[in-house]
Design a protein around this ligand. Sequence first.
Ligand code: ZN
Length: 241
Amino acid sequence: MTSPPAPDPAHDEAHGGGLGARLNWLRAAVLGANDGVVSTAGLVVGVAGATESRAALLTAGLSGLLAGSMSMAAGEYVSVSSQRDSEKAALAQEKRELRERPEAELDELTGLLAARGLSPDVAREAAEQLTARDALRAHARVELGIDPDALTNPWHAAGASFLAFTVGALLPLLAIVLPPASARLWVTVLSVLAALTFTGWWSARLGSAPTGPAILRNAAGGALAMAVTYGAGSLLGAAGV
Ligand SMILES: [Zn+2]
């Protein structure tokens, strides 16, 4: 069994929209789904510890799903927007420098290419050709590690987070409300552990980490969350709160 190569940040920088970026998106989607599974499972199992009311379970689970997915989306929107702003500012500054001191910028590009392993002559030739074709793009890629045509759209990032969390959250929500009351707890616990086994395996594969320990840690985290909230819910239920 072969694993995909680990994305190395230096390599990603030079390939803004390439394999590294796609792997990062995929990893974010798996983590978002994992978050949706664990937090919603903890929530509905806790409520199930206190009450048998399907309406209460549905209300709590759906609220958890919506609150979590919107919180994830808002957080992602804010962080990607800030990143995009700083990338745009860096591109604007680069543009200014290229206009004001093109010779120094050509030397700079030559030096950066030489640092990547080209001989001085070849680096000079490459820098001249890249500058002639599209100087800003060359500096963006080699110097800043940005692809000016592939800046991440904050709305896309927010939508992807919303979707990933929602997909994850739907599993424990359906598992707790659909089965008869006597079976709902075990159906939920088992399907959550199965889902966490899958997301743990997948995220380990994406990061080229050993899958066994990743699955164990992931499933144990979810099991702990459900045990704690179930305990708290049972206490509150027994106390008649
Ligand atoms: Zn530059």
